[in-house]
Write a protein that binds this ligand. Structure first.
Ligand code: FAD
Length: 388
């Protein structure tokens, strides 16, 4: 049976960029899109099957100058603004594997940013510089068995010892958890922990640290790990930011992560939508019902784009955007899941064929409303920003 794979039909090109994007951003978008199509997509089926992508990807991106796109030049970055990073999030989503995009995103989008923002000069030299060269891979380790949404209840304990800390505990659902060389880890530094007793330590892989893979519905190419810390000695100068002020770091980091997730969802939605419309247009007849479904999806897509870009404009301008980020994350992850499901349905058997690629995108999109804070947590934050 013949089939056409997603990613093989030319997509719509956008003639005139609208703010916050400029012609420069759009030229970069097209260059990156071609690169993703030529260099990443051909590997996706194998990497999904192996539940592991080749770590060389980090080096490839570094060589192009894209791994550190929005990081300062003095640490090996390209010094571009947040809007360039947004283009990258959207375009990497077109690689066809949510897991591959997540593995890259976890390194440059959630694990290295706290080092760039809160790290000392020595810490940046030790972890950020090799991280942006793709030589050392980082993971952000906050979630624990029994402490997901309720970050305040983490139990991993760091006790003071001569010259540093001794860490005991476990983390779970950690993206890049198995391959990581370093974990930006939330720990309790007081017996009570919570908002005034949480700190961050950078824990390097070594004695007392073990990591094992978890298997999941989607994001197969990404290694999601469970990490155990058994009497791990962590030197004093591995404290990231201020002691007992870890919550500040968590909150600051969430904004970039959630906006990044909205942009990835938007990229995934666009690709599947364009593919589906192109395939439907080849049919001899399209019913009114199908046309109306497509119209609803177009509406959803543009709503996600409008909210996400409005949020990006605020975020890139350095404005407080907690409400907008929470709304964009909530809306985009659900909308992505619904659109993937709709497209699969409209394409009939073609939609469910593994080779077409939509069934993978549907599985991948199911993780979006959970990772980075669930829908209910987004609603809680939204409610609070509304004074309730
Ligand atoms: C693929 C993947 C990758 C991930 N990568 C990382 C990573 O790199 N680093 C990391 O630290 N974490 C990571 N996570 C973990 C992620 O942040 C957590 O899954 C998320 O915070 C939710 O926690 P939980 O899964 O323990 O769910 P729970 O907190 O146990 O929630 C279960 C259900 O209860 C609901 N619920 C919980 N609290 C409330 C409330 N107050 N009100 C109403 N409903 C509520 C939730 O919405 C959810 O539906 C990843 C998760 C996934 C799925």
């Amino acid at each position: 049976m013949g089939f056409v794979a997603i990613g093989t039909i030319p997509e719509t090109r956008y003639p005139a960029p609208l703010p916050p994007f400029t012609n420069e951003h759009e030229a970069f978008r097209m260059e990156l899109r071609e690169w993703v199509r030529a260099e990443l997509r051909p590997h996706v089926v194998a990497w999904e099957r192996d539940e592991w992508f080749d770590g060389a990807v980090f080096g490839w991106l570094a060589e192009k100058g894209w791994l550190g796109l929005s990081y300062p030049t003095e640490y090996g970055g390209a010094g571009k603004d947040r809007v360039w990073g947004a283009v990258m999030s959207e375009e990497l989503a077109r690689c066809g594997s949510g897991g591959l995009a997540a593995g890259i995103g976890a390194h440059i989008g959630i694990a290295l940013p706290p080092i760039a923002t809160f790290g000392t000069e020595a810490q940046k030299q030790r972890w950020l510089v090799p991280g942006l060269r793709g030589e050392k891979i980082a993971a952000l380790a906050i979630t624990e068995p029994g402490a997901g949404s309720d970050v305040a209840s983490i139990r991993t304990r760091a006790e003071r010892v001569d010259g540093g800390w001794r860490v005991n505990g476990a983390k779970t659902f950690i993206t890049n958890g198995v391959r990581a060389d370093l974990y930006v880890t939330a720990v309790r530094t007081t017996p009570e922990g919570g908002h005034h007793g949480t700190s961050f330590l950078v824990i390097e892989k070594g004695e007392g640290v073990t990591a094992s893979p978890l298997h999941k519905l989607g994001w197969h190419a990404s290694d999601t790990g469970e990490i155990a810390f058994a009497d791990v000695f962590v030197p004093e100068d591995h404290l990231l930011g201020e002691e007992n002020r870890g919550f500040h770091l968590i909150m600051a980091n969430f904004q970039g992560e959630r906006l990044g997730m909205a942009l990835v969802a938007l990229g995934e939605m666009r690709e599947t939508f364009e593919f589906t419309v192109a395939r439907l247009a080849e049919r001899e007849k399209v019913s009114q019902s199908v046309r109306h479904h497509v119209a609803e999806m177009a509406l959803s897509l543009e709503t996600v784009a409008a909210l996400t870009y409005a949020t990006l404009r605020r975020h890139a301008a350095g404005q407080e955007a907690v409400r907008e980020v929470s709304m964009a994350k909530l809306l985009s992850q659900r909308a992505n899941l619904e659109l993937q499901e709709q497209c699969m349905y409209l394409l009939g058997v073609e939609g469910v064929l593994a080779e077409t690629g939509i069934e993978r995108k549907l599985r991948d999109s199911r993780l979006g409303p959970i990772g980075g804070g669930t829908d209910e947590i987004m609603k809680e934050i939204l409610g609070k920003t509304l004074g309730l």
